[in-house]
Design a binder for this molecule. Structure first.
Ligand SMILES: [Zn+2]
Length: 348
């Protein structure tokens, strides 16, 4: 029982391209299109869009009496223009859960409603310590304290509006992708890393001329960071759902950047014991080193589907991501391990 071979180069190239495609929650069309474009190269799968803009992939299996699904999300943290300030700078509102200090100083792109992209940086409004002294350190980072300095000549609200910027425009933080010594460092590895794992799994089966054991759906969801990504879009006949999303690393956690993790409980309670145990057995059978962990402040698309009434078994696996919802980092070992685990699940 040999699993198909993973094309590591392909997975990394796909991932880097996806990371460089901005997709804050609510503004994910380009990332969905990028993923669809990769998947339609494989004739074994067929792609459709959900009405709310996710990508649903159907993959014929050897059998179809116990259909399954896997899900990963392309939407990321980001922001939206809340207000155009009197000085021409922008006040933002957050999309998803993060702390302002994790994006302070980051380059941003504002997607104006007229299609223009305007560059800038997110800064504390009291940014210069030569002017504000201790306040640059002491000021609490909140919506009112942060502003976008646009790379355009503007000194007042009217001039910013003349650039085409309006309240409600989406704002993306620069992903700053770096691949060094097997590490992949970027914002938004959550959850683009796992979209890459799923696409690489399709390619591995394709290259080997193999089919998954059961007909399998892949839902590439687009509203996970705000809690309702996979609440719709999983076909009703599906019996099992494996959410593939990053593992949380930190003090007291077992997860690390070199392994995939099975999450058995998070803020939404325990996952399905039977399906989790099935995944443990597959990992052991295929000699995939893995961790088991609990994530204290975390919810997944699997639980989103449960909350929406989905009557399925749900489990959660994914690569360890350091500094999650911050400047994230993982290692190729964790990505390969997660993909191999997905292959084992598909294979049996
Ligand atoms: Zn995620």
């Amino acid at each position: 029982m040999t699993l198909p071979t993973i094309d590591q180069r392909y997975m990394l190239d796909f991932l880097v391209g996806l990371l460089n495609t901005p997709s804050p929650t609510g503004f994910t069309a380009a990332a969905i299109e990028y993923t669809e474009k990769a998947l339609i190269a494989f004739p074994e799968v067929s792609c459709t869009r959900t009405r709310k803009g996710g990508l649903l992939v159907k993959w014929e299996g050897k059998q179809d009496d116990h259909p399954r699904a896997l899900t990963a999300h392309v939407d990321t943290l980001g922001a939206m223009v809340k207000e155009i300030k009197g000085n021409g700078r922008l006040k933002l509102t957050k999309l998803g859960g993060f702390a302002w200090n994790t994006v302070e100083g980051e380059g941003v792109t504002v997607f104006a409603a007229n299609g223009k992209k305007i560059r800038g940086s997110l800064l504390l409004s009291k940014s210069s310590s030569h002017v504000h002294g201790a306040a640059t350190n002491d000021t609490k980072r909140d919506d009112d304290a942060m502003e976008v300095r646009l790379d355009a000549v503007t000194h007042k609200a009217e001039e910013t509006k003349a650039l085409g910027i309006q309240v409600g425009d989406f704002v993306a933080f620069d992903p700053r992708v770096q691949v060094v010594n097997g590490f992949i460092r970027s914002r938004h590895l959550d959850d683009k890393a796992c979209v890459a794992n799923l696409v690489a799994a399709v390619k591995a089966f394709h290259d080997a001329g193999m089919k998954p054991a059961q007909t399998t759906y892949l839902l590439i969801s687009n509203y996970e960071e705000v809690g309702h990504g996979a609440s719709a879009g999983i076909p009703a006949e599906v019996e099992e759902l494996v959410a593939v999303d990053m593992a949380a690393i930190g003090d007291g956690q077992t997860s690390d950047e070199f392994h995939p993790t099975l999450c058995v409980k998070d803020s939404g309670g325990p996952y399905h014991h039977g399906l989790s145990n099935h995944l443990r057995k597959l990992a052991e059978q295929h000699e995939i080193p893995y961790k088991v962990d609990i994530y204290p402040y975390y919810g997944s698309d699997g639980e989103a589907y449960w909350r929406a009434g989905g009557d399925v078994k749900v489990a959660l696996i994914g690569p360890g991501v350091d500094a999650s919802h911050n400047y994230e980092r993982t290692h190729m070992d964790a990505l390969m391990g997660t993909t191999k685990w997905v292959l084992a699940y598909l294979f049996h």
